[in-house]
Ligand binder design. Structure first.
Ligand SMILES: [Zn+2]
Length: 361
């Protein structure tokens, strides 16, 4: 609905030359306003909430579906969940943040998914883990400590879809873009042989995970101009998604960060910028998660360099442990892999909360 308003505001026309067109545009604007005022989502009432909210039987998990799932789950579990917007993308979509657990908890863990567009199954996985924890909150425990205790001690601050514009382009091609400049850019990309399904970047052709300041421009670009992947952008933090992530990390002060990507069934230590103490805690974080998902752990090599990633940013600025979890075998991860991935990863958040509760992370 916000997109309708944006498009109508961008329209330009001459009143003197096209009075009928003006009238038509006014009517369209009125229709858009009516849609904003009356076409809202029906409030969800207790007792009407679906038993199973997040659907995991279909490939195309969209931004709108995620948004509805967040609102429904927050209505279903108001004592456990809340959400808010942390920024707006270039295509006019809000970047959503979910809090799971006690907002005043002494520890915070950041979960960040789908910073890379074609890796959108990480959004579905993140949402399904949220629902799993809420559904089973009274019965789940880690090493004998109930989740009620663990999630009172640690609040999970979750960005289920850090790059919604890119996700919608991967799912729908140019139809997933709202701005004409992005549709034109995608047409150029396709004329040069690029496949939008495989996009990692946002709607401006910038790879958000190369747009942070630490090591900006040191990654090898696929093209020296906006492209489906690996283009760092015109300058550090040029993208609204990047700035939203920076603001969230700075305002929350996380104990650790878990970044979901695909593919590889592997985990990478956060960043070459880790000092010895951070690296030691990162090893502990990786081993904790590996105890559940069994993914191979890929250490940092001395020859690695910072490439303007989110992990490089949080490591350099906060020196807290950060791990990149790569789910699935190929991109986009086929939906047939979902159940296995979910079972391997659903208990990892509780395990991380346990480690923080015990003072071991
Ligand atoms: Zn990725």
């Amino acid at each position: 609905m916000g997109i309708l308003i944006r498009n109508s505001c961008e329209s330009t026309y001459s009143i003197r030359r096209f009075p009928c067109q003006v009238l038509l545009r006014l009517l369209l604007s009125a229709a858009a306003l009516t849609a904003v005022l009356f076409n809202y989502r029906e409030p969800v009432h207790a007792g009407e909430l679906p038993a199973n909210v997040v659907q995991t039987d279909h490939q195309a998990y969209s931004y709108d579906e995620m948004r509805e799932d967040i609102q429904t789950l927050c209505a279903k579990y108001p004592a456990l969940l809340s959400w808010q917007s942390i920024g707006t993308t270039g295509q006019g979509r809000e970047i959503l943040k979910v809090r799971l657990g006690n907002p005043a908890a002494p520890h915070r863990v950041m979960i960040q998914s789908a910073i890379h567009a074609r890796e959108y199954m990480t959004s579905q996985l993140t949402m399904e883990i949220i629902e799993y924890i809420c559904d089973n909150y009274g019965s789940l425990a880690c090493n004998g400590i109930p989740y009620e205790t663990l999630f009172n001690d640690t609040c999970f601050v979750i960005l289920p879809m850090a790059n919604p514009d890119g996700v919608m382009i991967s799912l729908q091609g140019a139809a997933g873009a709202t701005m004409q400049y992005t549709k034109d850019w995608l047409a150029l990309v396709q004329s040069l042989g690029g496949n939008p399904v495989q996009i990692k970047s946002n709607g401006s052709g910038v790879d958000i995970n190369r747009n942070f300041a630490q090591g900006f421009g040191q990654g090898t670009p696929s093209k020296p101009f906006p492209w489906l992947y690996n283009y760092a952008g015109p300058s550090p933090l040029s993208e609204s998604e990047t700035r939203a992530l920076v603001d969230t990390a700075r305002s929350e002060g996380f104990s650790c960060h878990i970044n979901y990507h695909s593919a590889g069934n592997a985990m990478y230590y956060g960043s070459i910028l880790s000092n010895a103490a951070t690296l030691s805690r990162t090893v502990t974080l990786c081993q904790t998660i590996k105890g559940y998902n069994g993914y191979k752990v890929i250490p940092i090599k001395p020859t690695d360099k910072a490439t303007g990633s989110f992990a490089d940013f949080v490591t350099a600025e906060f020196q807290r442990p950060t791990v990149t979890v790569e789910i699935g075998k190929k991109n986009p991860v086929p939906i047939g892999e979902f159940d296995g991935i979910f079972k391997k990863n659903r208990d990892t958040w509780g395990a991380v909360a346990f480690m923080l509760y015990m003072g071991m992370l």
